[in-house]
Design a protein around this ligand. Sequence first.
Ligand code: SF4
Length: 275
Amino acid sequence: MSMKSSYQSDATKAPGSKRVALRPGGAQRPARGPVRDVAALDRRLAAIDRLEDRLHEITNAIPGRVTFSTSLGLEDQAILHAIAASGAGIHVFTLDTGRHFPETLETLDESERRYGLNIRVVAPDADELEALVARDGINGFRLAVENRKACCEVRKVRPLKRALAGAQGWITGLRRSQSTERTETPFAERDQAHGLIKVNPIADWSLEQLEAYIAANNVPINPLHAKGFPSIGCRPCTRAIKAGEDLRAGRWWWENEDGKECGLHNRPNKKEAAA
Ligand code: SF4
């Protein structure tokens, strides 16, 4: 694995196989009351060093189903490994947009075999997708930002909503140093849009820390990372980055830098997040 050479160093430098069966619809923890103090959970997670321990803290604190959405990227592969290693009862799913790189699907297959788990694959609604392509064309997302957002809405955002329905906790691989839009990512926040607690257990990890964890645990990763793709999305919307570029510069590179998100991780205002 060689991922360091051409990537820009992170702005944030903060710290830091056994086979298990994790299936959607697996064992539920005893029902308890809703999480009242998300800020306290955020502080507790900040005080814990090991990722595996952070995951246990999350499942202890959040009653009901806790689910992890993986894009099979570097961050999410580290979390997947920690879920398997810790035995924390966390469901795992991924969004199959229909436009992934073949290498991403190979990484999905390899990860299931390595960790002995089934990752739920959530697809777009067929009718919505057909209507979108009929209206905008198969690659219509390049014609206008509105078209691109419509494509992400049908292929990602709506399937995500379906996958999160009924969950009380949502784990993501967001890191503060991934981009300027993510610099204020907390460990835990209330996600009003999905009606759950969103948790980002490696929010404070630097790229170097992430790479060290992956190397130390021999975590399977997408081979595209070694070819200049630190952030991997859909094939037609992702390119390799150049030395010194932002880690997410290869995503929707034809658009302005402001707001280059697909809608999966829109942030509420601070008042809502702290509520
Ligand atoms: S990343 Fe590109 S192809 Fe994928 S859902 Fe968004 S616009 Fe569509």
